[in-house]
Write a protein that binds this ligand. Structure first.
Ligand code: FAD
Ligand code: NAP
Length: 540
């Protein structure tokens, strides 16, 4: 790096929910900020994941920014849980309202970042050879932003159309009259499958791991309902702020909290168990407190869940194939609008990959061990290299040229508070490993991160401090603490292969990557650390 003054005070990578708020907040604090965004527009998750059925699992009035009374009053949500187009439109509205675009450089991928210790500044390099310098970088690059492409032999040979839910074409895709195969039955697959089934001539669902779902009714707001809520938005936001998951209204996570307060399954007589599924279907099968802590209770619930599924799915073999064999709760809960009913349609077939794994993709479809499926379209709903994926795709070089990618690959996804990594000064991560996002409303979690980071930068500026770096000891203590919170739960069970623990990515070092103490407790800890002069960080 030359002796020239840095180009900016802060570089922000990404223009999704996190990057947009970071830009606004940092600008308000008087920092010269530039956002570098790979995509051609704002939105992040909601720019890319425009597959049919994509929608949020938190209510719109809570899955939205709380920092601006003007924005929350002016934006109009039409449904209880918004679909992708509405969330994308909302983020565009925010970008325009706050005049954010003038500081965002779109179609710009950061491919490398090097910290110059003498200059105490980062240089970020882009895919087209530009470089930008700034003392600080805020990685708002998303924790579910790097699609996981499966390594299935022959994928490139398919002569039909190959699609990823996580990179759905902007112009849409007409699946009418097509023979469609979907690989993947996580959250994206469960949302997509019922919608595709309505259009496609034939839908084959290639299922490796059956999933648990929470049936859900999404509905448009009644006339006046949104206005009534807006009139007491302050109250709604206050409740949300004090809630462990950052959403006080009904959500997939609030259902889990209700389960925690239910009686234990192991003590329940058979007639109580049956009554639970008589009254509440598959939700009744899961509504027991001990299933989070006792793997045997969890397995009992899976069996009961299978009985409830068999009441919906008419074909007994298909129903049996839909029963999960991993513990409930070790993956993010999935909301479902008619998922199991879809398997009663004449044009839908479940291909159980546990019985007959995929051997290859051919030019005309998918061949499993036992049979061939002729297809016009293959949709991959195969998930993400979560939490560490985006930063590991960038060649990040910290102190002494240390590589972040190599550090995380060899030591595991370590981070202090999910905000910073030892050895990488002046680099802040929004929703990094060990933060509360995985088990909460992401928007509530990321707002807290953005605010803590910008307050920290103001403190450094006010005190003439040039570098801040997490201490390795504090980092290890934090990760040990976060892990201890889930030690007694089924989340660490070896059969849990989830993005929560990296088990969904072949070869990734396994470690639980969330913080389950709740956002208010997390915020309190972060605030205490700041008030005490940033304990666990080295300031220089
Ligand atoms: P993102 O939205 O992922 O944005 C990151 C941005 O960084 C992207 O635009 C990306 O292009 C950019 N970027 C990454 N790397 C680079 C680079 N090297 N150079 C330049 N730019 C880069 N959360 C919930 O709480 N509730 C939900 O219902 C919910 N639904 C979801 C549905 C789907 C399909 C997915 C994938 C995620 C969902 N999430 C949900 C999580 C969601 O990711 C967050 O809620 C939120 O949108 C994250 O915002 P973000 O800005 O932190 O990250
Ligand atoms: P996911 O939950 O990781 O699911 C990926 C699916 O693909 C799994 O069923 C997986 O099977 C399967 N798969 C992967 N590779 C495969 C292969 N080679 N062969 C066969 N099957 C394969 O990913 P996701 O559905 O995209 O969801 C990720 C996260 O994004 C969610 O947990 C959630 O946080 C967020 N999200 C939220 C919503 C929402 O409700 N609002 C919607 C979409 C996404 P295995 O389980 O066997 O690996």
């Amino acid at each position: 790096m030359s002796d020239a003054a840095p180009d900016f005070d802060v570089l922000v990578i990404g223009a999704g929910f996190s990057g947009l708020y970071a830009l606004h907040r940092l600008r308000q604090s008087g920092f010269r900020t530039r956002v570098l965004e790979k995509a051609e527009n704002v939105g992040g998750t909601w720019f890319y994941n425009r597959y049919p059925g994509a929608r949020c699992d938190i209510e719109s009035i809570e899955y939205s920014y709380s920092f601006s009374e003007e924005i929350q009053q002016d934006w109009v949500w039409t449904e209880t849980m918004p679909a992708q187009p509405e969330i994308e439109a909302y983020l565009n509205f925010v970008a325009d309202r706050l005049d954010l675009r003038r500081d965002i450089q779109f179609s710009t991928e950061v491919v490398g970042m090097t910290f110059d210790e003498q200059a105490a500044a980062w240089t970020a390099r882009t895919g087209v050879g530009e470089s930008f310098t700034a003392p600080f970088v805020v990685a708002a690059s998303g924790i579910l932003s790097v699609p996981l492409e499966p390594d299935i032999p022959g994928m490139a040979n398919f002569a039909g159309t190959s699609l990823f839910t996580s990179r759905w074409p902007k112009e849409g895709v007409d699946l009418t009259g097509k023979r469609v195969g979907v690989i993947g039955t996580g959250s994206s697959g469960v949302q997509l499958i019922p919608v595709v089934a309505r259009d496609a001539l034939q839908l084959s669902v290639f299922q490796r791991s059956p999933t648990y779902t929470l049936p859900w009714q999404v509905r448009p707001f009644e006339p006046g309902e949104l206005d009534e809520m807006k009139a007491r938005y302050g109250e709604i936001r206050a409740a949300q702020r004090e809630h462990p998951i950052g959403a006080a209204r009904l959500s997939a996570f609030s259902v889990l909290l209700d389960m925690l307060a239910s009686p234990p399954l192991k003590a329940a007589p058979r007639e109580d168990q049956l009554r639970a599924i008589d009254e509440n279907g598959i939700l009744g099968a899961l509504n027991w407190s001990d299933i989070f802590f006792d793997i045997d209770a969890n397995r009992m619930a899976a069996k009961l869940y299978g009985e409830a599924v068999a009441r919906i799915v008419k074909d007994p073999e298909t129903a049996a194939s839909l029963v999960p064999d991993h513990p409930f709760a070790c993956k993010r809960p999935i909301i479902d609008q008619g998922y199991y009913q879809t398997f009663n349609r004449d044009n839908v077939t479940l291909v159980d990959l546990r019985k007959s794994p995929i051997r290859e993709v051919t030019t005309t479809g998918i061949r499993t061990e036992n049979e061939s499926h002729e297809l016009d379209v293959i949709i991959y709903a195969t998930g993400f290299d979560a939490m560490t994926g985006a930063l590991s795709r960038i060649d990040v070089r910290g102190r002494d040229g240390r590589s972040l990618r190599e550090f995380w690959a060899s030591e595991g996804p370590l981070s202090y508070l999910g905000l910073a990594v030892a050895g990488f000064p002046n680099l802040f991560t929004i929703q990094g490993p060990g933060g509360p996002s995985p088990s909460s409303n992401f928007v509530a979690a990321l707002e807290q991160h953005v605010e803590w980071i910008s307050d920290c930068l103001e403190y450094l500026r006010a005190n003439g401090i040039r570098t801040i770096e997490a201490l390795a000891t504090a980092q290890q203590e934090w990760i040990d603490h976060a892990t201890s919170l889930v030690a007694a739960t089924v989340l660490l069970h070896p059969s849990c292969n989830s993005w929560y623990n990296g088990g969904n990515v072949p070869g990734k070092k396994r470690m639980y990557m969330g913080y389950t103490g709740g956002i208010p407790e997390y915020r309190r800890r972060c605030d205490d650390i700041a008030t005490a002069g940033y304990t666990g960080f080295k300031l220089a």
